[in-house]
Design a protein around this ligand. Structure first.
Ligand SMILES: [Zn+2]
Length: 172
């Protein structure tokens, strides 16, 4: 349990893809000379092309999800692409466990924005950003809870008390 990473494997994979800009955004499909009916972002009203940066950074939908998660976790990170954020997290003077949790939080965010995009794009279903935020928080809290009996607990408690008071209930 102790050696297990906080993020889920599938999330890590999506995160890796996003870091590598390998997700098949419409911009990437066009660059690969693959026809797309509509190159615009399907999550907002902007008439801009769906690029990696737009979808995960500039899009109104992404901004709402990110702002809610930053406010919930009481951390301060800029609006930037995942690879920049992961570099910033690395340089922070945070405990290793907090770095893992924040990286996992960001990974879950990318994963869920991508899911919302796919649901809208392929099923015509709009996932509310507030529901996405709730699901991300539920997953992250559940993941942290798995560390309850591990020796990481001390660090979780520090993290919980100081930085994420709203998840401290999982620690008692
Ligand atoms: Zn958008």
């Amino acid at each position: 349990m102790q050696s297990q990473s906080v993020s889920l494997p599938r999330q890590r994979f999506t995160m890796w893809l996003a870091t590598q800009k390998r997700l098949l955004t419409k911009e990437r499909l066009l660059n690969m000379k693959i026809q797309v009916d509509d190159s615009k972002c399907c999550l907002c009203q902007d008439t801009v092309m769906e690029t990696n940066k737009h979808l995960f950074v500039d899009c109104e939908y992404a901004t709402k999800v990110r702002d809610a998660l930053l406010s919930w976790s009481n951390i301060n990170l800029p609006a930037s692409e995942l690879n920049n954020i992961l570099e910033l997290i690395k340089k922070k003077h945070w405990k290793k466990f907090k770095k893992e949790v924040v990286a996992a939080l960001w990974g879950a965010m990318v994963n869920h924005i991508w899911k919302a995009r796919n649901w809208k794009q392929f099923k015509g279903v709009s996932l509310q950003h507030s529901d996405i935020v709730k699901e991300i928080i539920r997953k992250i809290v559940g993941r942290i809870e798995m560390y309850k009996d591990s020796k990481e607990l001390l660090e979780v408690e520090v993290f919980g008390r100081i930085y994420v008071p709203r998840i401290s209930f999982v620690l008692v």
